[in-house]
Design a protein around this ligand. Sequence first.
Ligand SMILES: NC(=O)c1ccc[n+]([C@@H]2O[C@H](COP(=O)([O-])OP(=O)(O)OC[C@H]3O[C@@H](n4cnc5c(N)ncnc54)[C@H](OP(=O)(O)O)[C@@H]3O)[C@@H](O)[C@H]2O)c1
Length: 346
Amino acid sequence: MASTDGTPMINRQWLLARRPRGRLQLADFAYRAGPYEPPPLGEGEILLRNRLFRFSPAMRGWMKTTAQNVAPMAVGEPVLGNTTAEVIASRAPAYPVGAIVSTLASWQDYQVIDPAAAAIPPRIKPVDVTLHDFEGVFGTNSLTAYFGLLRIGEPRPGDTVLVSGAAGSTGSVAAQIARICGCRVIGLAGGPEKCAWLRDVCGLDAAIDYKNEDVGERLAALCPDGIQVFFDNVGGRLLDIAIDHMARFGRIVLCGQIASYDDGDALAPGPRNMMRVVYWRLRLQGFIVFDFIDAVPEALADLRRWHADGRLVHRSELVVGFKRLPESFLRIFDGSSRGTLLLEAD
Ligand SMILES: NC(=O)c1ccc[n+]([C@@H]2O[C@H](COP(=O)([O-])OP(=O)(O)OC[C@H]3O[C@@H](n4cnc5c(N)ncnc54)[C@H](OP(=O)(O)O)[C@@H]3O)[C@@H](O)[C@H]2O)c1
């Protein structure tokens, strides 16, 4: 098979070069490129050309031998990741040639998948949504924020809601949905620029720079009556501090644990103040966005309405160049990314 201009297809790939230890390094990845002859498609299969890559912190966990929700990534194989791809050949009527889909794929130009065998069916891009908005403001992270906050956190008007990783892709949407629900919202983020953005642009009531301020002291001053909902993307020290400041019958939404993703295979210690969970009757509940797959259309309708009327602000950053995948992924963990970090293949 040749590309549309008749030249032979070249498949560029980024492979997991070795099992990472601690903080990710560029040497954990290896680049390979070579001619690509797609295999004949089986019944129900589709051939994808990956166009847009989204970096998700969970991918770091999938690189560990102890990965829990997917099979651990194999060393020497393309890095598993979320992409938006164009269907360029199809034997699946629900995914015709030309459809644009968001799916779990990998860091390579071309690949064959079987949508029916995927844990989560690929989602087709509506024609009136741009590629970037499809993976950004209307992407998986916004859906995560929506379901996690509304279905697990169950915020009520007047509640105080705390969000960690609040300036990030998921956190910034969770924080703004809480504000839209009539809650008082406090964000935890790293650095003065992110905190100012949360207050001035996203309309949060307060933001705490967890890297430079005493989080416990600030929460004590800001929430003398406690926090009703904590949407936690981070875990570790910030979860410990938040538990100390929860209100009775408070709900803690366990969305992610980015503070421990760089740890080794040994599990990080759990929360310290579990007797407060008992006495204050707190609920800690995890969830996975796809638990709510049937409600995605309803969620997207709300997100689209809020975005259109200016109540939901979204920021994303676009990097161009397939070769830049590893260096861009590293930025998720050092705090230098702003909102949803996307990479477009050149
Ligand atoms: N449950 C689900 O279904 C689901 C789905 C999607 C994502 N998630 C989870 O949601 C969380 C956010 O993911 P995202 O894609 O939206 O990423 P993101 O928030 O856009 O990027 C990660 C941010 O986390 C912060 N961070 C990194 N290391 C940290 C540390 N040690 N302590 C505190 N903050 C740290 C950084 O911001 P600062 O500069 O503020 O430190 C960084 O910008 C992750 O935990 C992810 O696993 C869960």
